[in-house]
Ligand binder design. Structure first.
Ligand code: SF4
Length: 210
């Protein structure tokens, strides 16, 4: 199957918006500050952005609060006029969806459900806010399945009626730029994806290297 160039799709949309002189409202689902840094920098010129921190997968609670507060600090320090909506910590839905999938490796079915759930909620929030588009920072990660994220986003869009902004934020050295911005703003860069299972897997990797 031919791979879709989601980075090109995003660029085409941005050119179109610029030509039309429009600055639509975008609901941007954000997983953490490092992934948001380049994404916000890249999109801010084209959209009125509301950042949505919805990540019931993150554990433990202190980690959740820390990632959330780092994102708030980043928005403030980048001096962006961006609104942020965040949810209180409630990991119950994540444990429900990952039942029976706890031991699967990253990029497997547990991750598809985890990402899908967050995109579902982002689409619902975009609809509630009357946003013109919604998307997620998750496509900047080289560890995530970009194609799945975009295909699932398109399905959510069909359900909720809000256009999904296709993306591959890794393009144009996006991932590298996120590392540079993380350094510039002294952002906390976590060494595991988010859930207890990814934390345990990372710990095993570290011990194997010793
Ligand atoms: S590894 Fe990451 S994407 Fe996969 S289930 Fe855990 S938090 Fe979600």
């Amino acid at each position: 199957m031919q791979k879709v160039n989601y980075g090109r799709m995003l660029d085409d949309t941005l050119v179109q918006l610029k030509n039309e002189g429009r600055k639509p409202k975008l609901l941007l689902h954000a997983c953490c500050a490092p992934c948001s840094s380049h994404t916000l920098w890249y999109l801010n010129e084209y959209f009125n952005i509301t950042v949505y921190f919805f990540n019931p997968n993150i554990a433990p609670e202190e980690e959740y609060e820390y990632r959330k507060n780092e994102l708030k600090r980043l928005i403030k320090e980048m001096k962006l006029s961006v609104e942020m909506i965040d949810e209180d910590y409630d990991p119950a839905p994540f444990y429900e969806l990952s039942k029976g999938l706890e031991t699967l490796p990253e990029r497997g079915e547990r991750c598809r459900k985890c990402i899908g759930y967050r995109l579902d909620k982002a689409g619902d929030m975009a609809k509630k806010l009357g946003a013109d588009y919604f998307t997620t920072t998750l496509t900047i990660s080289p560890h995530k399945d970009c194609q799945f994220i975009n295909e699932y986003g398109a399905k959510v869009s069909e359900r909720c009626g809000v256009p999904y902004l296709f993306s591959d934020f890794k393009k144009h050295e996006g991932y590298k730029h996120s590392i540079e911005l993380s350094r510039q703003y002294s952002l906390y860069r976590q060494d595991y994806c988010g859930c207890v299972y990814s934390k345990a897997a990372r710990q095993i990797q570290k011990e194997e290297k010793l």
